[in-house]
Design a protein around this ligand. Structure first.
Ligand code: ATP
Ligand code: MG
Length: 544
């Protein structure tokens, strides 16, 4: 352990705590609330929690923070488990706040017995009205000085279901004059008749997060409770609970900055809106920043880990460019994805001087010869992308033009001799001739061409639905513009192109660099048709 170097301030605290003998083994927890799907922000939290534990040879639990029965569902529990496993993280134990409800209740009675908690009859509205402001202290509740016996009786009656929802609550007796609003006699138990996804109707009172969380941490043996910055103001209450319940050793809460990314919504509220209003196909839509969406998009989990590692763990909130995440995905795919060819908007090319068919070969990955080669059928009729031909080319145009030459990648140099048009004058076909001596890697033609374009053989090529994506969230026109106004309702475009048969035969979910097109995931639609779905563009076109 002596030789471990800290790569962020949290790890430094851990190193110091170990050196000072405050802890001997590190225990953390990743604490999702099962009220929705995990998103890329949670990936950062996973990396911090699982990563820190792993680095110091400790353990990290999966802790479901299920103290809010009305919003929580088993469906989310299952999805969260699946997402964490896909990311490659392993939890030591799976724990639920609800496992501890009986102990959390016992601790509340202890606070009452110690004169540190009281039953309050003020309504939630009255409580918030008497909480005071950041500048002014709050007003003490008229119920604050009830006797221990009365509090205990009332609290037990609350538990027994004697009072209606919201009519009473249990509050910690701390300090209504505290400059920290969270310390002004916070509510620690509320009455709520709501069926819990695990405990059913056993309970009609539920502990509040700020009170339950330190107890759950302690009961799990958590040494470092790592959370996001918005909990900094809650730390005094976290510590108050630990100190007043006599926790030893008391878990230590440390806050770090939330992940925020440009053009990306992470708030569950808006993600839900996108799904419910059918702006996307579901929680796993490839445009969604959810873990399930990223997985469905074809993003490799390692790229997400690289991204979160590179942006680091700091104490100040900031917004990261989405293009930076894309660069991490691209780096991973560039190194790992096989190459293949597809055309997005096909234009037929007939090579008039070519007779017969042949098989050409090319490397599956230019940097990984060990992956081997794939065969390309060549028959003299091919599709190229419409965008690679111009009738009215600008100066220095390097792709195909009438009378001009271009190389078909991994094949031959061709020259465009004639353009075929339909009644409307649209180009429907190009008649070309090829240079027989120009075959790639055996080129003796001496012709120098500047442009190389991808193509698909017309006889063996497979029709493919090609899906391209734009950002779901447009740039803000002014600071703080509402997400609702920034939604890009036209962020999916579907093309009907062609792909080489290798793509159709590849395993489902395989990732490819489609040459000159982008990084794509292969899948099949309900009818068994080939679908190529964009993972990330080839280059950063964000800043253009
Ligand atoms: P959201 O507001 O997006 O719904 P949340 O904080 O309510 O997120 P939880 O399920 O409570 O979601 O979060 C589990 C853990 O993930 C918490 O420790 C939380 O701080 C952390 N987390 C959530 N969002 C982010 C983020 N954007 N960056 C880093 N950590 C995050
Ligand atoms: Mg939360």
């Amino acid at each position: 352990m002596e030789n471990i170097e800290a790569s962020n301030f949290i790890e430094q605290i851990v190193i110091d705590d170990l050196a000072a003998g405050k802890v001997t083994e590190i225990q953390t927890r990743f604490p999702p609330e099962p009220n929705g799907y995990l998103h890329i922000g949670h990936v950062k939290s996973m990396l911090v929690n699982f990563g820190t534990a792993k680095k110091f040879d400790g353990k990290c639990n999966l802790f479901f923070d299920d103290t809010n029965p009305s919003k929580e569902k088993t469906e989310f529990v299952d999805a969260i488990r699946k997402d964490i496993s896909w990311m490659g993280f392993e939890w030591a134990k799976e724990v639920y706040a609800s496992d501890f409800f009986p102990v959390i209740y016992e601790y509340a009675e202890k606070l009452i017995l110690d004169g540190k908690a009281f039953v309050c009859d003020l309504s939630p509205e009255e409580i918030s009205a008497t909480r005071g402001t950041l500048k002014e202290g709050g007003k003490e509740s008229p119920y604050r000085n009830r006797s221990v016996e009365e509090n205990l009786t009332l609290f037990r009656e609350m538990k027994a279901g004697k009072y209606p929802d919201g009519s009473k609550c249990l509050r910690a007796k701390i300090d209504m004059a505290s400059p920290n609003m969270n310390m002004r006699d916070p509510v620690i138990y509320r009455i709520l008749r709501s069926t819990h996804h695990r405990t059913g109707d056993t309970w009609c009172i539920y502990p509040m997060y700020d009170y339950a969380h330190p107890i759950c941490d302690y009961l799990q043996g958590v040494t470092h409770s790592l959370c996001t910055l918005e909990f900094e103001d809650h730390r005094p209450l976290y510590d108050w609970v630990g100190i007043n319940l006599g926790f030893a050793p008391k878990p230590r809460q440390i806050e770090f900055a939330r992940l925020a990314i440009t053009n990306t919504v992470m708030s569950k509220r808006y993600l839900k809106k996108l799904v419910e209003e059918n702006h996307v196909h579901g929680w796993d839509d490839p445009r969604m920043p959810t873990v399930t969406g990223l997985r469905n998009r074809g993003v490799p989990p390692q790229a997400l880990i690289d991204f979160c590692t590179k942006i680091g763990v700091v104490k100040a909130n900031s917004e990261c460019q989405l293009s930076y995440l894309e660069a991490c995905i691209r780096d991973d795919l560039n190194a790992n994805a096989e190459r293949a060819m597809a055309v997005v908007e096909p234009l037929k090319v007939t090579i008039t001087n070519y007779v017969g068919t042949e098989k050409l070969t090319t490397a599956l990955h230019p940097l990984k010869p060990e992956l081997g080669e794939r065969e390309l059928d060549f028959s003299g009729t091919v599709y190229i992308d419409k965008a690679d031909f111009s009738l009215d080319p600008p100066p220095k145009y390097q792709r195909l033009k009438l009378g001009g030459y271009v190389r078909l990648k991994n094949a031959y140099i061709i020259r465009c001799d004639e353009v075929v048009r339909d009644e409307k004058g649209e180009v429907t076909e190009l008649k070309c001739t090829y240079v027989p001596e120009s075959r790639s890697s055996a080129d003796t033609s001496g012709i120098k061409v500047k442009g190389t374009i991808q193509w698909v053989d017309a006889f063996t090529g497979v029709p493919a639905e090609i899906r391209k994506y734009a950002y779901l969230l447009k740039d803000a026109e002014y600071a703080g513009q509402d997400f609702g106004e920034r939604m890009n309702l036209d962020s999916e475009t579907i093309y009907h192109g062609y792909a080489e048969p290798y793509l159709a035969a590849s395993e489902d979910e395989s990732r490819f660099q489609l040459m000159r097109v982008g990084y794509y995931k292969k899948c099949v639609d309900e009818k068994g048709g080939l679908v190529l779905s964009e993972i990330v563009s080839l280059k950063d076109n964000f800043n253009k």
